[in-house]
Design a protein around this ligand. Structure first.
Ligand code: UDP
Length: 240
């Protein structure tokens, strides 16, 4: 069994890990039939959780908290921590899809609009030829019980939930016991990117830690969300 070392970032335990290590651990979980919950951590989520103790508890109860946002890396670096590189939700999702296609694990996609969802399935099937996508449900207008029933009938090994945060985390936390699946992963806007509805930041921007800026430019509505939280995150880094 792989021991996942974690570092506390403003109240949330974040994994000190690499893609390789977490993928190995997720594969072990599937083999051992252990249910695992993966959450992507970024400054926006941390600031929301600091105002909401039940969300904080929920995030800390997940099995893997990945360092999705560059702010997590800056914060760790500033305090001489050990989290050196991002493990982004979208890259991990793609790598899990590759693992699934290699190991014949089945996947289920829940979330986003019908069009985005159908295109995400097409793109994944094109990229990972032998991938077994056993079901999909869009993220709007369905009853939770019905969703749980449909997922269980499809018998997936891996469930990706793309409802945005913290909606997807609440859905997983509430229904994890009822759903017969091994890996539960909240993936935010990843289906929008995989389907091509939204563009991923160019690699140079990802390398310079500017992916958040690219996402803001593409979706200015995020500014309203982030302007309320991010300055406090930056202040918290310096206050510590
Ligand atoms: N979404 C959904 N149902 C909802 C609200 C949102 O399926 O009730 C989807 C939305 O279509 C989009 C994703 O959830 O695909 C949210 O992406 P966003 O980038 O806002 O997520 P974040 O990663 O920022 O939390």
């Amino acid at each position: 069994m792989i021991v996942m070392e974690k570092e506390n970032v403003f109240g949330i335990d974040v994994c000190i890990t690499s893609y390789e290590k977490i993928l190995k651990s997720l594969n072990d979980d599937i083999i051992n039939k252990k249910k695992s919950f993966v959450v992507a951590i970024n400054p926006e989520k941390i600031m929301k959780a600091r105002k909401n103790t039940s969300l904080m508890e929920l995030l800390n109860n997940a099995d893997y908290q990945i360092a999705d946002g560059i702010g997590i890396i800056y914060s760790s670096r500033f305090r001489h921590g050990k989290i050196k590189k991002r493990v982004t939700g979208i890259d991990l999702m793609e790598k899990v899809c590759y693992l699934a296609s290699e190991e014949n694990y089945s996947i289920f996609l829940y979330g986003a609009s019908d069009d985005v969802l159908s295109e995400t399935v097409n793109v994944l099937k094109e990229k990972y030829k032998s991938i077994k996508i056993v079901g999909k449900i869009s993220g709007y207008n369905r009853k939770e019980n019905e969703i749980v029933r449909i997922i269980n009938n499809s018998k997936p090994d891996i469930l990706f939930v793309a409802l945005g945060s913290p909606k997807q985390e609440y859905f997983i936390f509430k229904n994890m016991k009822k759903i017969n699946c091994k890996i539960f992963m909240g993936v935010g806007g990843s289906f929008d990117v995989i389907s091509g509805k939204l563009k991923r930041a160019p690699v140079w921007m990802q390398r310079c830690g500017l992916e958040w800026l690219f996402r803001l430019i593409q979706n200015p509505k995020r500014i309203v969300r982030q302007i309320k939280l991010i300055p406090f995150f930056v202040m918290s880094i310096f206050r510590k």
